[in-house]
Design a protein around this ligand. Structure first.
Ligand code: MTE
Ligand code: MO
Length: 193
């Protein structure tokens, strides 16, 4: 049972789960060696940025608290994360003026798209820890994106690349019938023709 206050935090058609379900397409990458991880920021930027794991770990982090909403109808409330704010990462990136959209690239070529303004929102971040622990391999270790105001499929696990684009383009699930934007409050779940 949830309190009235909690009820207002739950978008239509969602159910609160106490657990943390694991959902993804493909295999979980197990990083034994983080020297093989890097993050590439590319596309419509003046200069590509390539961050090693060591460099990424030196970026300032902070705590984020949020609720997450999966398109398959579970919501998980009161998450406490530690991560790098997108604004901190963007201090290192000079965008070209045509940049309007973002494609997030994960391991194995998995992708998801979102508008630039949603990516740079002050609630969006690159997560390293969830509820006090390093991310587990299943939840995206070493680094996952978290964009809590959109359905959770936009929060790419095992993030490896951030690409800036002029026009919107569907990512992996968006090519397979998911909504291009994915606002949980508007139930923008699927977008079949
Ligand atoms: N790299 C990658 N990230 C992904 C996915 C995926 O298949 N691959 N699935 C998305 C989907 S559909 C959901 S609901 C969330 C699930 O995150 P969780 O397993 O940590 O709950 O991850 C998202 N991020
Ligand atoms: Mo999902």
């Amino acid at each position: 049972m949830s309190t009235a206050g909690e009820q207002q935090r739950i978008p239509p058609g969602q159910q609160v789960t106490p657990g943390f379900p694991v959902l993804h397409y493909g295999d979980v990458p197990y990083y034994r060696d983080t020297t093989r991880w890097d993050l590439r920021v590319f596309g419509l930027v003046e200069e590509q940025v390539l961050l090693s794991f060591e460099e990424f770990m030196k970026l300032p982090r902070r705590e984020f608290r949020n609720d997450i909403h999966c398109v398959t109808s579970w919501s998980k409330l009161d998450n406490v994360w530690e991560g790098v704010p997108v604004s901190t990462l963007m201090e290192r990136v000079k965008l070209k003026p045509e940049a309007n959209y973002v494609m997030l690239h994960a391991e194995e070529g998995w992708t998801t798209n979102l508008p630039l303004e949603d990516f740079v929102r002050d609630t969006s971040f690159l997560a390293l820890k969830h509820n006090g622990e390093l991310l587990s391999p299943e939840h995206g270790y070493p680094v996952r994106m978290v964009v809590p105001h959109l359905y959770f499929w936009k929060s790419a696990k095992w993030l490896r690349g951030i690409e800036f684009l002029a026009a919107d383009k569907p990512g992996f699930w968006e090519r397979n019938g998911y909504h291009m934007y994915g606002d949980p409050w508007k139930e923008q779940r699927y977008d079949f023709d």
